[in-house]
Design a protein around this ligand. Structure first.
Ligand SMILES: C[S@@+](CC[C@H](N)C(=O)[O-])C[C@H]1O[C@@H](n2cnc3c(N)ncnc32)[C@H](O)[C@@H]1O
Length: 322
């Protein structure tokens, strides 16, 4: 039975938050970081987020709990956590002005963190990396945790960092971009650098793809099409007559499901065959991928408790999308 410990994200009201409406938000953030206020906890950067952020962290930490505690013996302690697109570690919910831990700090504070050999956080923004490293140091975790500047377009760079930090053992890789810009080649490069890895990937099916996929299919020259081809690691999706027909007919739900399946096909191409998916409200999908049935079994066990702390026994999807 999965265990549930209430997430303590160290919430605090940040009175500097302007609770920006959509238009002001663009002016009051830079690369997703609030430019109006800093953390009331430590004076470092905070990322402006929506109300769904906690839900994502719930699914991540529920799996981490089972992953790190259930598996550690078999891997002689060589258990690693890797997060690509880590952010600075603290967020601020724009609807309430509540500041809270983001996924990196939720992992560092998790009861199973002591079981990890290393935790590596990657982000391309130097200010983000600096803030997160300051937080890691303040928590006394610098011996095994580190934030590193890395661009997800730099496949060789990602591979070099991960080979030096986590080549041996079992890794949990969380990839958390805001859209579909992350090339599939980078996912493949991360998998190649690690001995064995499970992935949790934030796939922006419900925002980015929902808005831009149809025009990208119907307009062969679009920049968006090139982005999705990079994202999926090939153009088979765009040459599929069923996909073109669905776009022409405006069948958005079926189109999104084909897109999800195309992403799974890319993962199948690098040996991943076991998937589950959780929806984060209407914003994005969290896709879990493993090479082994045990990974999927653990995921299902971990997610028997929903973010609302209710037990559930049949809400998992496995191959089909919600
Ligand atoms: C959704 S936020 C991460 C939030 C964080 N995982 C959390 O839950 O607290 C996305 C992050 O991706 C980073 N990012 C954007 N483009 C990137 C790129 N090309 N390479 C690496 N990181 C990138 C941004 O700097 C931002 O911090």
């Amino acid at each position: 039975m999965a265990q549930h410990t209430k997430l303590d994200l160290h919430e605090q009201i940040n009175s500097g938050c302007q609770k920006c409406p959509r238009l002001d938000r663009r002016e009051n953030t830079e690369d997703g970081l609030c430019t109006m206020t800093l953390s009331v906890q430590d004076g470092a950067l905070v990322r402006c987020v929506g109300k769904w952020a906690q839900r994502k962290i719930h699914f991540l930490t529920q799996y981490l709990g089972i992953f790190a505690s259930g598996i550690k013996v078999g891997w002689e302690g060589h258990i690693h956590y890797i997060e690509l697109c880590s952010g600075p570690g603290r967020c601020i919910a724009r609807d309430t002005g509540t500041e809270m831990d983001g996924s990196p700090l939720a992992v560092l504070g998790h009861q199973t963190f002591p079981y990890l050999e290393t935790a590596t956080f990657l982000d391309y923004n130097p200010a983000v990396v600096q803030s997160l490293n300051a937080r890691i140091a303040a928590l006394g975790c610098a011996e095994k945790a580190r934030a590193v500047e890395a661009d997800f377009n730099d496949t060789a760079g990602l591979k070099a960092v991960l080979t030096s930090r986590a080549a041996r053992g079992l890794a949990l890789v969380f990839i958390d971009p805001t859209d579909c810009s992350l090339p599939f080649a980078s996912v493949a490069s991360i998998a190649a650098a690690l001995q064995k890895a499970d992935f949790i990937i934030n796939v922006a099916t419900r925002t980015d793809a929902n808005r831009n996929l149809k025009p990208a299919i119907l307009n062969g020259d679009s920049k968006a099409r090139a982005k999705y081809i990079r994202f999926l690691g090939g153009d088979a999706f765009f040459n599929d007559s069923a996909v073109i027909r669905l776009a022409e007919q405006g069948q958005d739900t079926a189109l999104r499901n084909h897109f999800r399946e195309a992403y799974r096909d890319a993962l199948r191409g690098i040996g991943y065959g076991y998937f589950a998916q959780e929806s984060i409200l209407n914003y994005y999908d969290l896709l879990f991928a493993s090479r082994h049935p045990t990974g999927l079994k653990f995921w299902k066990k971990a997610q028997q408790i929903t973010p609302d702390n209710e037990r559930t026994f049949d809400f998992f999807t496995d191959g089909t999308a919600g």
